[in-house]
Design a binder for this molecule. Structure first.
Ligand code: XIL
Length: 353
């Protein structure tokens, strides 16, 4: 997959939850992750999130995250660093402060976090998801701690701080906004475009927009709508007069699977599996055909360790490998892998399953 991506001028990567997890000691999982023909990019699924790197105010702990960076380097993979600002997986000192936050105190904490974390990782981060999931699904700002205390201006503060860290440490890392349900033209995608336009109008730089792409088999936006949505982002200019880039950052295609993770339930028919191939193809091919789409990342690659079943009850079988024998046993690649390769090669997928 990474070879096909490279030939198309893109990267292909995966999220990985490492270290300190089951997959972190599964030799078959780790071998598939390390294979450069599979992945030339990785994203930490958790270990760079706020709760892990700044568990107490101004006490930074990079132990796990540094191991993740070392793994990526050993595997010769670039890193999309994830994330600097989100409403989820925050430490208690942010969510339940001893003294209520004011705009000034919360924004000072945000600036300090961004300066410290970006300074620590430097250009080991190819991209940074600076702000993650700022909007809700009804087309409003998400009513989270950031918005409640500071209103929408926290987004500008976060990007301002990230640009300041780039200047201070002399970094090339690219700054992204990342969200879901912005993969097709609609209210939420419009909000994300407004976010870019607002930053640009204020002279604050943003380099890219991450399209998460957590999809449901057969209900995925079609390829034309994904491509035209990408084009509407890449037509926008940032404060430096450069066009915005896009990336597919968290792709998975879940099914109504109530089976065990080591084998699909009867509901995952051959037709469903072929639809999943086509769905993976559509997203990858939309990226392959969009000059400003720089790469595709799947959110976990192995059903055994997927975030899907614990988040969406009764759903699963969304990743591109599975382990028929369970954890610590050989991986089997799904037909979806062919859909991904075909997507990068711009060859219509056949039926595989
Ligand atoms: C998920 C991780 O995969 C899980 O392990 C964790 O329990 C919760 O977060 N959108 C994002 C990611 O931007 O950070 C989320 O990752 C999945 C949804």
């Amino acid at each position: 997959m990474a070879d096909a991506a490279k030939a198309a001028g893109k990267y292909f990567g995966t999220a990985a939850d490492y270290p300190g997890t089951g997959e972190g000691s599964d030799p078959y999982y780790l071998a598939a992750l390390a294979n450069p023909h599979n992945f030339d990019q990785i994203t930490p699924a958790n270990i760079m999130k706020w709760v892990y790197v700044e568990p107490q105010q101004n006490v930074f702990d990079y132990t796990g995250a540094d191991q993740f960076v070392a793994l990526a380097k050993a595997n010769d993979q670039i890193i999309r660093c994830h994330n600097l600002n989100w409403y989820n997986q925050l430490p208690n000192w942010i969510t339940y402060p001893a003294v209520p936050w004011t705009n000034d105190t919360l924004m000072a904490a945000l600036r300090n976090h961004i300066d410290n974390v970006m300074g620590h990782f430097g250009d080991d981060c190819y991209h940074w998801d600076v702000v993650n999931e700022a909007f809700d699904d009804s087309g409003n700002f998400r009513n989270d701690i950031w918005y409640q205390v500071s209103g929408p201006s926290y987004i500008s503060v976060a990007f301002e701080a990230a640009n300041a860290a780039k200047a201070k440490y002399g970094l090339k890392t690219k700054l992204y906004y990342n969200d879901y349900n912005i993969e097709y033209n609609g209210a939420k995608s419009t909000l994300a475009k407004q976010l870019v336009a607002n930053l640009t109008a204020q002279g604050i730089n943003i380099d890219g927009v991450g399209l998460q792409s957590h999809f449901i088999v057969g209900s995925t936006p079609n390829e034309a709508s994904q491509a035209s949505n990408m084009a509407s982002f890449t037509a926008l200019k940032n404060a430096n007069g450069v066009n915005i880039e896009v990336a597919i950052t968290e792709l998975d295609v879940r099914t109504a699977d109530t089976g065990s993770i080591s084998c699909p339930s009867a509901s995952v028919t051959v037709a469903v599996q072929n639809q999943q191939v086509k769905d993976y193809f559509n997203s990858v091919n939309a990226c392959a055909l969009t000059a400003g789409c720089v790469g595709v990342t799947v959110w976990d690659f192995d059903d055994t360790y997927s975030w899907i079943p614990s988040t969406f009850a009764g759903q699963g079988w969304g990743d591109i490998y599975y382990q028929p024998g369970g954890a610590n046993q050989p991986l089997v690649g799904k037909a979806a892998i062919d859909g991904i390769i075909d997507g990068f090669q711009n060859v219509q997928p056949g039926t595989y399953a």
